[in-house]
Design a protein around this ligand. Structure first.
Ligand SMILES: Cc1ncc(C[n+]2csc(CCOP(=O)(O)OP(=O)(O)O)c2C)c(N)n1
Ligand SMILES: [Mg+2]
Length: 545
C-alpha cells in the first residue's frame, strides 16, 4: 500500500505488469502520466510524431516479443488518430494497450466542447478493442491496467484500452497493486482430440492449415512435430507465415486469394486440420476447402470455428496445447506411411515456381536476391504494396514472429511505423519494412523518430509514382480509365538524408547490395527502388483446379 498520484499509479501498474517501453505523444490531459516517467528508470518512454505511430509501434513490439505493447495518447483526436493502428492490431489479434486521456471528469458526457472532447469515447474505441474501461478514481488504476493485461494474456489477444481523466491522474490516494497472476494452463477436450486424431490417422491425404493463432500460441514446435508424425503438408495464411519453416519438405507456403501451392493442394486433401485461423476466403481463395472434405477446426476463439467453412470437429483450445494433445494421440498408434509422396510435394512446389515466373518474374527475382542477404531471424514487415503481397509467396520465412502483416485490415501505411516498434523490441536483429510510395508517406515523418532514438530500421520503398494496386485495378477492371491514382513524390532517399537518416536509390539489380550495406550500418536507412506498376496477386485470376 502506498500513497501516490494517479499518474504515478499508472506507471507503477505498468511496471508491475512487466511493461518495458511506452510509445506516446503528450498533451495536457495526460501530462500526469508523462510526469511520472520522470522519476523512474524502468520503463522507456518514446515520443513519436503522430498518434497512429504510438499504436503501430506498440503492435510491432508485440508481434516480435509476444508481450503486450503499450501506447499513450490524448483523448479525442489522439484516440482517433491511433484508431486505424488499433484496428490493425485487432485484425491481427495483437495485444496492444492504449492508455488514453479523457476530458476532466465533470466534463465527461457533457458535450460542452471541452478541449479534445469527443462524445462517447469508449464507444468509439469498442469496435477495435477486446475490452476497454474508464477509470474513475485513483485506487482503481492498478486493477484496470491489470485487467487490460489479463484480457490480452488470456484467450484471443486483441487490443485493450484504459482511459483516465486528468483530475484522476492528479489526485492522490492509497494504492494497492494486484499480485501478478499467470494464466491458467490450457485445457483440452480429450474425447474430441481422440476423434480428431483418429480422423487424421485414417486420412489418405491430411493437410494442416496454420494461421496467426499458431504464432500467438508459440506452437511452432508442436506444429512441426505433428506434421511430421502425420506426413501432412502444412499450408499457412500470411499471418501464420514462418510458424512452419518454409524450407521444410512439408511446407506448402502461404495460400492467398486462391493462389499458391497451399491453395492448390487443399482441395486434394481429404482431411484438413485448421489451427489458429478463420479460414477466410482471402487466405484460401474461393472454395479452396470443399465439403465433403472433413474439417477439424482448432481455435482458442469458439466464434471463429466453423465461421467460414462448416467444421466436423471443433477443438476450442490454445493452438499449442491442442497440437500437443493431437500429437500424443496420433503417436499412440501407428500412422500409415506418408500419403503424400515426395514427388507429389515437389511437383506442387514447382507449380508455384512456374506460376511466379509467369505472373511476377521481376518481383520473384528481387525476393530471391533480397533473401540471400537476409538472415533467418530478420523481421520483415510486409506492407500493403505489390512487393509485400508477392512476398507471401516468393519470400521464405523460417521462424515464427519474423513476418508481420496488417492482416485483414490491410492498412496502407502500417509497415514503417510497425517496423520501428519491432526494431525497438529486437534491436540486434535486422528489421526491414517493405512499402510502396503511397504507403510510406503515411508515416514518413517518423524518420525523425528513427533518427532521434537511433532505431536502425531499413525501409525499402518501391516507387512507381502510383497507388499501384488501385491503378492496376483501373487498368484491368475499368478498361484503363486511370484517374486519381498517380502520385507525385519527392526523392525518398533525399528526404531520408534531410532527416539525418541514410538514403540511397538503387535499381532492382543492386537492391541486395544496398540492403546488405544498410543492415551492416545499423542506421535507419531508406532504400528507394524505382519500379513499374505491376499486377498484385488479388487482381490475377486464380488457377482453376
Ligand atoms: C488505409 C488504407 N487506405 C486505402 C487502401 C487501399 N489501397 C490498397 S493498396 C493501395 C495503393 C498503395 O500504393 P503504394 O503504397 O504506392 O503501393 P503499390 O500498390 O503502388 O505497390 C491503396 C490505395 C488501404 N488498403 N488502406
Ligand atoms: Mg506505389
Amino acid at each position: 500500500m502506498a500513497q501516490m498520484s494517479g499518474g504515478a499509479a499508472v506507471i507503477q501498474a505498468l511496471r508491475h505488469e512487466g511493461v518495458e517501453v511506452v510509445f506516446g505523444l503528450p498533451g495536457v490531459q495526460i501530462m500526469g502520466i508523462y510526469d511520472a516517467f520522470y522519476d523512474q528508470p524502468d520503463i522507456r518512454l518514446l515520443t513519436v510524431r503522430h498518434e497512429q505511430t504510438t499504436a503501430y509501434m506498440a503492435d510491432g513490439y508485440a508481434r516480435v516479443t509476444g508481450k503486450p505493447g503499450a501506447a499513450l495518447v490524448v483523448p479525442g483526436p489522439g484516440v482517433q488518430n491511433a484508431s486505424a493502428a488499433l484496428g490493425t492490431a485487432y485484425s491481427a489479434s495483437s495485444p496492444v494497450l492504449l492508455l488514453a486521456g479523457q476530458v476532466e471528469s465533470y466534463n465527461i458526457g457533457s458535450d460542452r466542447g471541452a478541449l479534445h472532447e469527443i462524445n462517447d469515447q469508449l464507444d468509439t474505441i469498442r469496435p477495435v478493442t477486446k475490452w476497454c474501461q474508464r477509470v474513475n478514481d485513483v485506487p482503481s488504476i492498478p486493477g484496470a491496467i491489470h485487467e487490460a493485461m489479463r484480457q490480452m494474456r488470456t484467450g484471443r489477444p486483441r487490443p485493450t484500452e484504459v482511459e483516465i481523466a486528468p483530475d484522476i491522474l492528479a489526485a492522490t490516494a492509497e494504492v494497492v497493486f494486484p499480485a501478478a497472476t499467470s494464466p491458467a494452463a490450457a485445457t483440452v477436450d480429450w474425447p474430441q482430440i481422440q476423434r480428431a486424431a483418429a480422423l487424421l490417422r485414417e486420412a489418405r491425404k491430411p493437410l494442416i492449415w496454420a494461421g496467426g493463432g499458431a504464432v500467438l500460441a508459440e506452437a511452432s514446435r508442436e506444429l512441426v512435430a505433428l506434421a511430421e508424425a502425420l506426413g501432412a503438408p502444412v499450408a499457412t495464411t500470411a499471418e501464420g507465415k514462418g510458424v512452419f519453416p518454409e524450407k521444410h519438405r512439408l511446407a506448402l507456403g502461404v495460400g492467398y486469394y486462391g493462389h499458391g501451392t497451399s491453395s492448390w493442394a487443399a482441395p486434394q486433401a481429404d482431411v484438413v486440420l485448421a489451427v489458429g485461423t478463420r479460414l477466410t476466403t482471402q487466405a484460401l481463395g474461393l472454395n479452396a476447402v470443399r465439403v465433403p472434405q472433413r474439417l477439424i477446426h482448432l481455435d482458442i476463439d469458439p466464434t471463429v470455428i466453423g465461421k467460414n467453412y462448416p467444421a466436423d470437429i471443433r477443438l476450442v483450445t490454445d493452438a499449442r496445447a491442442g497440437l500437443q494433445a493431437l500429437l500424443e494421440e496420433v503417436r499412440r498408434q501407428d500412422t500409415p506411411a506418408t500419403r503424400w509422396s515426395d514427388a507429389e510435394l515437389h511437383d506442387m512446389g514447382r507449380l508455384q515456381e512456374d506460376w511466379l515466373q509467369a505472373n511476377a518474374p521481376n518481383q520473384s527475382a528481387m525476393w530471391r536476391s533480397m533473401q540471400r542477404v537476409l538472415p533467418e531471424d530478420t523481421v520483415l514487415v510486409s506492407g500493403v504494396t505489390n512487393m509485400g503481397y508477392w512476398a507471401h509467396f516468393a519470400y521464405r520465412a523460417q521462424q515464427p514472429r519474423t513476418y508481420i502483416t496488417s492482416s485483414y485490415f490491410a492498412t496502407l501505411g502500417f509497415s514503417f511505423p510497425v517496423a520501428l516498434g519491432a526494431k525497438v523490441a529486437a534491436p540486434d536483429r535486422p528489421v526491414v519494412s517493405i512499402t510502396g510510395d503511397g504507403g510510406f508517406m503515411y508515416a514518413l515523418p517518423e524518420l525523425a523518430t528513427a533518427v532521434h532514438y537511433n532505431i536502425g530500421v531499413v525501409v525499402v520503398v518501391f516507387v512507381d509514382y502510383a497507388l499501384g494496386a488501385s491503378k492496376n485495378d483501373q487498368r484491368t477492371r475499368f478498361q484503363g480509365r486511370e484517374i486519381g491514382t498517380s502520385l507525385h513524390n519527392p526523392s525518398f532517399a533525399e528526404v531520408a538524408r534531410v532527416f539525418g537518416a541514410q538514403g540511397v536509390t538503387t535499381d532492382p539489380e543492386h537492391l541486395d547490395r544496398a540492403l546488405q550495406e544498410a543492415l551492416a550500418s545499423g542506421k535507419p536507412t531508406v532504400i528507394e527502388v524505382p519500379v513499374p506498376t505491376w499486377a498484385p496477386p488479388f487482381q490475377i485470376q486464380p488457377r482453376t483446379h
